[in-house]
Write a protein that binds this ligand. Structure first.
Ligand SMILES: [Zn+2]
Length: 276
């Protein structure tokens, strides 16, 4: 039998599918899988957060406090007479059965803001204190920040980085990445919470103030005033990290009315050291 070499087609190694279609398919798969992992990690955040030990949360917060100073453009003040009053007021707003150690930081800063960092850190700026006219409104802002700490919003803000970190430590027995990386993520997110986190912190804040004073009167005065001045750049800093709309105040007043909470009690003056 005569040997007939098989005719070799030039495109033998080339897929019949157009190369671009192939690439699109490959890219689509990669993007699809990445998106699924990303979404799954997002869901995992809420599962992981309640199980993060308090010491880990504190270590993460402590590692990022210096960056929080930078973000608030502030220098910590150690010898201000207002500091002990602020710490005392903050401590008194906690429920007695569920206390966590709290550290109040007073920052000399032009920025009007208050913030909470994981591990029990609450930061207020001197410019923020300049806007405060009664203890009730100061208490509400401190209690709002306390709400973020109680709800562990800082950890939630870490989000996917936290899940990857915890997953890594479960698999390899050590914390994945260094706390510096975690700290960076924390600082980008910790001062910008979601609207639902803000509402939850507001509700915690109002309840805490009512527990403390027996009423919620004057606790929202500062918000109402700041809202009117929202166009001023200086003031808008607070709303950048705590988006405030008329809805937020209205929502709190509606909740108070529905629950029959007293929102008309007397104003408590700030201690003398607060007056300029
Ligand atoms: Zn907030």
């Amino acid at each position: 039998m005569e040997y007939k070499p098989k005719e070799i087609k030039e495109e033998v190694n080339i897929s019949k599918i157009h190369p671009l279609a192939n690439l699109t398919y490959l890219l689509g798969t990669v993007i699809g899988v990445s998106a699924a992992v990303y979404i799954a990690l997002g869901f995992a955040v809420n599962l992981v957060v309640p199980h993060v030990p308090e010491e880990t949360e504190k270590a993460i917060g402590d590692a990022s406090i210096a960056s929080a100073y930078v973000i608030l453009e502030g220098e910590p003040i150690e010898n201000d007479p207002r500091l002990s009053h602020l710490q005392e007021l903050l401590d008194s707003l906690q429920e007695s059965e569920d206390k966590i150690p709290l550290t109040l930081h007073l920052l000399k800063s032009e920025i009007v803001n208050a913030a909470a960092i994981s591990g029990g850190h609450v930061l207020v700026t001197t410019s923020f204190l300049d806007e405060v006219k009664s203890e009730n409104e100061l208490a509400f802002v401190l209690a709002h920040e306390l709400g973020h700490l109680k709800h562990r919003d800082g950890l939630r803000g870490l989000g996917r980085a936290l899940v990857i970190n915890v997953g890594w430590s479960l698999i390899f027995g050590t914390a994945g990445g260094d706390s510096g990386v975690v700290g960076t993520v924390l600082n980008l997110s910790d001062l910008n919470y979601s609207r639902s986190q803000e509402s939850a912190a507001d509700l915690y804040g109002l309840k805490a103030v009512i527990r403390h004073y027996g009423h919620g009167g004057h606790s929202l005065d500062l918000f109402k005033r700041l809202q009117k001045e929202e166009t001023k750049f200086k003031i808008s800093e607070y709303f950048h990290s705590h988006p405030l709309s008329e809805n937020r105040i209205k929502k709190l007043e509606e909740i108070a009315e529905k629950n029959g909470w007293d929102m008309k009690g007397e104003k408590t003056a700030l201690p003398g050291v607060f007056s300029k």
